[in-house]
Design a protein around this ligand. Structure first.
Ligand code: GLU
Length: 270
């Protein structure tokens, strides 16, 4: 009898311990929209090394770009004027783990909506249309993905769709994967690769600052950008989509788009 009671308490204790552990460590148990409303803050995972989308401006110590302005506008739509958008740096490789661990509430970081990623996270509606391309030195004779062979090394970034796509588009070429876009571009400048590949809009940001480099061959994939949100956060995902819809209706989206891409309409979502 005594033995049985002890055993029952032991099992109950185990169950409670397990439950408590689960709750405190599991992001899926939190309602991110409610948490954001309580704290008056949304924590966004953003790039810090990607001109035009999310780039750290050293003098002001502020990260700036299209993704940043869209995140700020969504935050204001959801939380009101006093709502705070907090930014945490992510790379292509770290963004999904940081979201799943609950370090950030959403990813807005040049991230393509893909079937593969949908197995792990949910996405908002498309907010930017990109496509993958190649960046080469202006003196290079590379014309596009079809002209790459076993003598060419292409630089890509870990965790990006670009690194996966280029293997299919140029199966003969050697691929060298780096940690982030700043490193990949430095490697291109240092001659560690013959071309660099990622989305056209990211490459245009690099070429605009570095006239020795040019885009070649147009785009060879479609890369629609979405905001990634943890699975099970439908309230938050719907609030983000509603905010985007309102931004299209009231002109906020176009205003932000034209600020960052005044001469290029290809990424605009209508
Ligand atoms: N849009 C592509 C992707 O989501 C490339 C840009 C990036 O690495 O963030 O992987």
């Amino acid at each position: 009898m005594r033995k049985k009671t002890f055993f029952s308490y032991f099992i109950l204790g185990l169950a409670l311990f397990g439950f408590a552990g689960c709750k405190s460590g599991n992001v899926a148990d939190l309602n991110i929209l409610e948490t954001a409303e309580t704290s008056n803050e949304i924590v966004w995972g953003v790039k810090n090394d990607t001109r035009l989308f999310g780039l750290m401006d050293i003098p002001s110590r502020e990260v700036k770009g299209f993704d940043i302005d869209i995140a700020k506008a969504i935050t204001e739509k959801i939380l009101g004027r006093d709502g705070h958008a907090n930014f945490v740096e992510v790379t292509s490789k770290t963004r999904i783990p940081l979201l799943k661990n609950g370090n950030i509430d959403a990813i807005i970081a040049t991230m393509t909506i893909s079937e593969e990623r949908k197995k792990q996270v949910d996405f908002s509606d498309v907010y930017f249309d990109a496509g993958q391309s190649l960046l080469v030195n202006k003196d290079s004779d590379i014309q596009g993905v079809d002209t790459l062979d076993e003598n060419d090394t292409v630089l890509a970034v870990k965790g990006s769709t670009s690194a996966v796509n280029i293997r299919k588009a140029s199966p003969k070429a050697k691929i060298l994967e780096l940690e982030n876009y700043a490193e990949a571009f430095t490697a291109l400048q240092a001659g560690q690769g013959d071309a660099m590949t990622t989305d056209n809009a990211i490459l245009l940001g690099m070429a605009s600052e570095n006239p020795d480099y040019k885009l070649v061959g147009g785009t060879f994939t479609e890369e629609p950008y979405g905001i990634a949100i943890n699975k099970g956060q439908d309230d938050f995902r719907k609030a983000v989509n509603q905010a985007l819809k309102e931004m299209h209706e009231d002109g906020t989206y176009d205003e932000i788009y034209e600020k960052w891409f005044p001469n290029d309409d290809t990424g605009r979502v209508k």
